[in-house]
Structures are given as structure tokens and as C-alpha cells.
Ligand binder design. Structure first.
Ligand code: HEM
Ligand code: HEM
Length: 191
């Protein structure tokens, strides 16, 4: 155990359920972004030419299921974030780092709640099935082709924005972990 860790107690870290959710969200995001980008680059025809009909169906279903899982995880995460105390940084972060990191964190919450809702609404308004594994979820909004196209466009843009935010976030985490070598990583790590 390093010096830093031995000086930390459990109250210096995020609550355990919140830490578990952080890493589940990171894992689900990796696969939902990857599958989304493949769908975005290839499109339905391109995906069918490359993966066949059943492969393409699987890719869409997997992407939608991951997205719906993200909505559930982020809802739980919002609850654990509001329920449990967020530990203060010790020593406090410089003002610039505090403002930058909390801005990125808030934007990530917003984006990761909005993105599945956009995907859901775009899918339903395009008259496509909203799937979670083998279940079909209610479409909620009516069929509207023009709206669907617009929402899928926003879904694509927000995907890139999320990629940018996550890159900034990971750069920040690595900066603390490997360069500053402070306790920021330990606050969120599982072990
Ligand atoms: C956090 C969760 C999600 C992320 C990060 C994500 C990301 C993406 C990205 C980056 C694309 C490519 C867009 C493009 O370039 O055109 C995409 C496409 C797509 N997403 Fe999502 N998505 C999420 C959730 C969902 C959900 C919940 C649904 C539906 C239930 C969904 C349905 C779709 C569909 C059908 C496409 C293909 C659109 C097309 O054919 O152009 N997504 N997603
Ligand atoms: C890829 C998807 C990821 C997302 C969406 C994400 C999101 C977040 C958010 C929103 C927070 C703020 C804490 C909260 O209020 O919940 C946070 C904290 C944190 N994340 Fe991530 N994260 C991701 C991946 C990673 C990765 C890969 C690392 C490590 C390399 C990491 C390291 C951390 C650390 C150390 C904190 C604690 C910051 C603090 O002490 O305030 N995250 N993350």
C-alpha cells in the first residue's frame, strides 16, 4: 500500500456503489460508442454487406441494449451521486482544475442521460423497434420520419461530443494518477 493510500480512509473516497457504477458506465460506454460508430460509418447497407443480415441485426440490437443499459446505469448513478457524500479533495484542487473537472463531469452526466433518450426517440420515431435484449420496449413517441432523421443527426453529433469529453476526462485521470501521483485515482478506484 502506498503512502497516499495508507493516509486515506473510506470517507476520502466516493461511496462503493457509486464507484461500481462509475466503472460499469465506463465499460458500457466503450461498447456502445464502438458499436454506434460502426453503425454510423457503415450505415445499414454497409453493415449488411459486411456482416450479413443476422450480424447486422445483432449489431443494432446490441447497440440499443447497451444504450438502454446506459440509461438505467446513469439513472442509478445520479441517485447514488445525490444520496452519498462526495468527499472533498485533500489537498484542495487548484481553482482551474476544480472548475475544469467539474464542468467535464457535469457535461458527462448530461450527455450520457441525453444520448440514450435521443437514440430511443430517434429509433421509435423512425418506426424501428426499441430493443433491450429480446424485449421490445414502448416507443413512447409517435412515428415521424423527418423528426427521426433530425434526432439521429443529433445522436451522431452527441456521440462525438461524448468521445471528446471522455478523452479529456481520461487525460485528466492519467495526469493525476501518473504525473501528480495524488489520491484522485484512489477516490474512484474499486480496490
Ligand atoms: C450512451 C448510449 C449511446 C451511445 C454512446 C450511442 C452512440 C451512437 C453513435 C456514436 C452512433 C453513430 C451515429 C452516426 O454517426 O450516425 C449511434 C447510432 C445509432 N444509435 Fe446509438 N448510442 C447510444 C444509445 C442508443 C439507444 C438507447 C438507441 C435506441 C434504443 C440507439 C440507437 C441507435 C441507432 C438505431 C443508430 C444507427 C443510426 C443510423 O443508422 O444512422 N442508440 N449511436
Ligand atoms: C469512459 C467513460 C467514463 C465516464 C463516462 C466517466 C465519468 C466520470 C464522472 C461523471 C466522474 C465524476 C464523479 C461523479 O460525480 O460521478 C468521474 C470521476 C472519476 N473518473 Fe471517470 N469516467 C469514465 C472513465 C474513466 C476512466 C477510464 C478513468 C481512469 C483512467 C476514470 C477516472 C476517474 C477518476 C479518478 C474520477 C474521480 C475524480 C474525482 O476525484 O473527483 N474515469 N468519472
Amino acid at each position: 500500500m502506498s503512502m497516499i493510500e495508507s493516509r486515506m480512509s473510506e470517507t476520502d473516497r466516493y461511496a462503493y456503489p457509486h464507484r461500481v457504477l462509475h466503472w460499469l458506465v465506463a465499460a458500457v460506454l466503450l461498447f456502445s460508442l464502438a458499436s454506434g460508430l460502426v453503425l454510423g460509418f457503415l450505415g445499414f447497407e454497409g453493415a449488411t454487406a459486411r456482416f450479413g443480415q443476422s450480424g447486422t441485426d445483432l449489431l443494432y440490437t446490441a447497440h440499443k441494449s447497451l444504450g438502454v443499459a446506459m440509461l438505467a446505469l446513469m439513472t442509478l448513478r445520479l441517485i447514488t451521486r445525490l444520496l452519498f457524500v462526495v468527499p472533498d479533495h485533500e489537498p484542495p484542487l487548484p481553482a482551474f482544475q476544480r472548475v475544469l473537472s467539474s464542468t467535464v463531469h457535469h457535461l458527462l452526466y448530461l450527455a450520457l442521460l441525453a444520448q440514450p433518450l435521443l437514440g430511443w426517440a430517434a429509433t421509435a420515431s423512425g418506426d424501428f423497434p426499441v430493443q433491450f435484449l429480446h424485449w421490445h420496449l414502448p416507443g413512447v413517441i409517435g412515428v415521424n420520419e423527418a423528426l427521426s432523421e433530425r434526432l439521429f443527426q443529433w445522436h451522431g453529433w452527441l456521440g462525438w461530443a461524448i468521445l471528446g469529453l471522455v478523452a479529456l476526462h481520461i487525460a485528466g485521470a492519467l495526469f493525476h494518477w501518473l504525473i501528480r501521483r495524488d489520491n484522485v485515482m484512489t477516490r474512484m478506484s474499486l480496490f
